[in-house]
Design a binder for this molecule. Sequence first.
Ligand code: PLP
Length: 414
Amino acid sequence: MSFSARIRADFPILRRTVEGRPLVYFDNAATSQRPEAVVEMQQRLCREHNANIHRAVHTLSYEATEAYEAGRKAAQRFLNAASPDEIVMTSGATMSINLVANCLAWGGFIGRGDAILLTEAEHHSNIVPWQMVCQRTGAHLEVVPVDAGAEDNTGSVDMEAYRAALRRGVKMVAITHVSNILGAVNPVAEMVAEAHTLGIPVLIDGAQGIVHRRVDVRALDCDFYVFSGHKIYAPTGIGVLYGKREWLEKLPPFMGGGDMVGRVSFEGTTYADIPLKFEAGTANFVAGACLAPALEYASRVAANPQAAEHEKTLVAAMNRALASVDGIFMAAADAPDRVPLWSFTIEGVHPLDAAMLMDKMGVALRSGHMCAEPIVDRIGGGSMLRASLMPYNTVEEVEIFERALQRTVKILRK
Ligand SMILES: Cc1ncc(COP(=O)(O)O)c(C=O)c1O
């Protein structure tokens, strides 16, 4: 049995059909599918251990708490964080970034005249929370360009511009590890080191990067790293915020409620220690528990010596398939290091029409601005198609994709 066939067998949903054809699921960057072990954990929690966590002394609450905390420990191991205290469980990457942005603002770490440095290829989740904080504090955004487009198409951050933008008034660098449009891997370790020479903290949006690259937050030395569980085999509604202990300890919480407190009285309240200080209210403990089997699954797949070879084969097959289409523009076509994610436009074909027609042929693609309007506006005229693959995808599926795309272009091209 091949590497991908063995993995596929763990994903019940991949056995279904769409429009009478085998499903070719190439929309993994939006959300990945879940292996049996995760589905099983989700059901087990609901069937056997459903009780609110951290609060009660009864058996079910203890079991649910243990399962949730096992999810936190799995995230700690996966990121190689120094302690589970540095792992804040959130609802997803979006919530993690909003949390950091708001806590920085509440804590007075960002003020009038300060700057937040982003790249041009950020997801809305790593733009809008900072814009909102800027509106409240009088700070402003500065945007580093990315080499993507007809001329220079590596998809990399313009490092010269990045270095030039780093200066004392910059209070945070917030950058994507891998853009959900470009698929190119940013030199995040180098970017962190450059920012740290001026004492500027760095948040890395790892929503796409964590899925395809090993992340060691201690080696990266980033101050914050965020990701969403649902893009890496876990259910929706759970995400991770890694924060260096020193940052989590000095930031004030921005959400109050149950579970995040020490003592509460009408005169004043003390807060719980990290990480619970940032986890107000009942957590999504079912999804949190599922982080453990999801990240263990991801680790097992990545540790397989065939995994890297399989990814390379998929990337080569997709590059060939896309290049075979006349009039195609592929974002970051010259990326020296890319994950299996491609955004593209095809001359004379509207992305939405193409995605609808491809679906009729059983192929699930993403279309539109994909929550990254600034970069898609510049390089894709406001709308692109995107194919994103996981280890369970196969070269045979790439061939189906290629034939479907050729047919789609033939039908739609004016
Ligand atoms: C690069 C990037 N950042 C952030 C997000 C936001 O993730 P979520 O909607 O799960 O919070 C996404 C989702 O597509 C993404 O691709």
